[in-house]
Write a protein that binds this ligand. Structure first.
Ligand code: SF4
Length: 323
C-alpha cells in the first residue's frame, strides 16, 4: 500500500477544506481500503467523515432522510424502513456480510466500485482503472458482467443491492460541493453509463460529499427484493430485482422495477413499467415484460445465461408481488 495522509475532521467545513486540497472521503472503508491495498486506488489523503454528524435518520415530508454515514445494518434495522420500505431492508440484508454491513455506510454503498476481477488485477488491462488501456474482460471471463448498458470500452456491473432498492423507490441524493453548497441529485442522474469514459462513474465532481439519501413517502405496499447469486450469502448478485407495486381492483395500478446484476448502474426500464400498469396480472403479461426488458440486451458469452434467468425471476417476482 502506498503511504497516505489521514485526517478526521469534526466539522463539515474542515472536511470540505481537506477535500479542496485533494483529499478523498472515507467512512466505512469496506471497499476503498481493499482497493488501496491493491494499489488500484492511491489517494494521497484520506478524509475520514465518520465523526461528522451524518448518521441520523429522520422523517421528512412523509418520507425519510437517511444520513450518509448511517451504517447498512442500522438502516436495515430501522422500524420505519422495515415497515414502509421493506424492499430496502431486504436488499440491504442481502448484501455483503454482517460484519461488513456494520461498517459500510449509505453513501459508501452508493459509490462502491465494480467487482469486475480485472479491475482489481493491476497486471491486466482495464479502461476503468487506466483509461485507454483496453478491457481484459471483453474476450475474458464474463459470468459477472453486464448485458444491458455496457459499451465496447467496459462491460462492468454496478455491485450494490441497496442502490437497486433505492432506484425502485425513487430516491434522491443530497450532495454538498467542496464550497459547502448543497444540491440534490435524482439517483439515475448520479450514475453514468460507461460509454467511452468508464473511469467516470458518477456525476459527482471532485470534492463533492454525499450527505444524505432522501426517500419519498412510500407509494407501493407490494414490495419484493429477490437476489440470485452463486452462494447463499456474501456474494454479489448474478441478478437481483427490486419491485414496488400497488394494486387496485385486481389491476396493477403502479409498478416500479429496478434490476441489479444486469447493467453498469441499477437498471430501470419505464417501458416495462408502462406495459404492466393498469393491466390484470397474468403469466403472459409477465413474460412480455421480460421480453421488453431484454429487447436491447447484448450479453457477452459468459453472461448469456442471464437472459432466461432474468425472465424467470422477473415472472416469479411479479407473481409474488401481485398475489
Ligand atoms: Fe475494466 Fe470495465 Fe473491462 Fe472490467 S469490464 S476490465 S472494469 S474496463
Amino acid at each position: 500500500m502506498k503511504p497516505f495522509d489521514y485526517v478526521r475532521p469534526g466539522e463539515r467545513s474542515s472536511a470540505h477544506e481537506a477535500a479542496r486540497d485533494g483529499g478523498r472521503y472515507v467512512a466505512g472503508g469496506t471497499n476503498l481500503i481493499d482497493l488501496m491495498k491493491l494499489e488500484v486506488m492511491t489517494p494521497d489523503t484520506l478524509v475520514d467523515i465518520s465523526r461528522l454528524d451524518l448518521d441520523g435518520i429522520e422523517t421528512v415530508d412523509g418520507g425519510l432522510r437517511i444520513g450518509a454515514t448511517l451504517t447498512n445494518s442500522d438502516l436495515a434495522a430501522d422500524p420505519r424502513v422495515r415497515r414502509d420500505y421493506p424492499v430496502l431492508a431486504r436488499a440491504l440484508l442481502a448484501g455483503a456480510s454482517g460484519q461488513l454491513r456494520n461498517k459500510a455506510t449509505t453513501g459508501g454503498n452508493l459509490l462502491q466500485r465494480t467487482r469486475c476481477p480485472y479491475f482489481y488485477d493491476t497486471d491486466t488491462n482495464c479502461n476503468k482503472r487506466t483509461p485507454g488501456s483496453g478491457c481484459a474482460a471483453i474476450g475474458g471471463e464474463t459470468r459477472n458482467h453486464a448485458v444491458l448498458g455496457a459499451s465496447e470500452h467496459c462491460i462492468a456491473l454496478h455491485p450494490s443491492d441497496m442502490a437497486v432498492a433505492l432506484r425502485a423507490l425513487d430516491a434522491t441524493v443530497e450532495v454538498e460541493g467542496p464550497d459547502g453548497a448543497p444540491r440534490e441529485i435524482a439517483l439515475p442522474d448520479l450514475y453514468r453509463l460507461p460509454g467511452a469514459t468508464p473511469h467516470i462513474e458518477t456525476s459527482l465532481a471532485p470534492g463533492d460529499l454525499i450527505t444524505a439519501v432522501r426517500l419519498p413517502a412510500p407509494s407501493g405496499d407490494r414490495q419484493v427484493y429477490r437476489k440470485v447469486r452463486d452462494r447463499a450469502s456474501y456474494a454479489f448478485a448474478l441478478l437481483s430485482v427490486g419491485a414496488v407495486l400497488r394494486m387496485e381492483n385486481g389491476r396493477i395500478a403502479q409498478a416500479a422495477l429496478a434490476f441489479g446484476g444486469l447493467a453498469p448502474q441499477p437498471w430501470r426500464d419505464r417501458e416495462v413499467e408502462a406495459l404492466l400498469t393498469a393491466e390484470t396480472p397474468s403469466d403472459a403479461l409477465f413474460e412480455k415484460a421480460g421480453e421488453v426488458l431484454l429487447a436491447k440486451a447484448d450479453p457477452p458469452p459468459g453472461a448469456a445465461f442471464k437472459l432466461p434467468l432474468t425472465k424467470r425471476v422477473l415472472k416469479a417476482v411479479l407473481t409474488e408481488a401481485t398475489q
